[in-house]
Design a protein around this ligand. Sequence first.
Ligand code: FES
Length: 275
Amino acid sequence: MATGTPPRSAPARVHAPSPVCPHAPRRLATGRGDRWWLRPLGTALFLGGLTAYALWAAVQASHYAVGHYVSPLYSPCVAADCGPHTTVALIGRWWRWSPALAVVAVPVGVRATCYYYRTLYYRSFWLSPPACAVAEPHRRAGGESRFPLVLQNVHRYFWAASVLVAMMLTADTVEAFRFAGGIGVGLGTGIILVNTAAFWAYLLSCHACRHLVGGGLRALAAHPWRRWSWRAVSRLNAHHGLCALISLPLVMVTDLYVRLDAAGVITDPHLVFGH
Ligand code: FES
């Protein structure tokens, strides 16, 4: 029979108190021994890089279209000075800035207020919280019930406007099947098509879309079509994060392809089937 002192469990790690508030843990203090900072850092680099590219491309006002291909950053082209690439001339020739700036507020707005992207940028840029079991650097959290974050509630309106944008993007995608010799298909057609499909998947998997389709009813069973739609959107909704993650870089990839083709750096391989 074993005798002696019973083994003692390892002492719990205690955070050093903050010099500002004696009850608050030190900023970014954690007992985690893994590289928890890799994820927020990687996310910040990923989102920051894509945003920097999008800003650069949006102010260029050149090489955004070639043949019947139009960059998604400039689509729908609602400024009259887009020439043959104008989708709907909602803005006259008095617009002196890049055509991308006339429409960019809608896709930027829907992504900036998206529940999924909020999680990403709250964690990676605002460090609130930076990771599980890591103390955040802010002493007070205002939350989304107060100004300015209460403005995130406009998400559903950005979503509705984005559906209109997606419809016009779809019209531009159909145009991408037109070539000088007739109807055809090119590598650019495929890239534009995948980008538009990804944007639709992103929008249709949105929580606001799910609520719009199946919310506000006492009994969903009494509305078979809405129940079917709600189930379809719910299945998609489970992958909303993936849709968000894929659809954003695809916009930049599509813009880059059109830009390089328009600048003559690459030549779009395509097949034309005739009129
Ligand atoms: Fe992400 Fe609506 S929650 S688009």
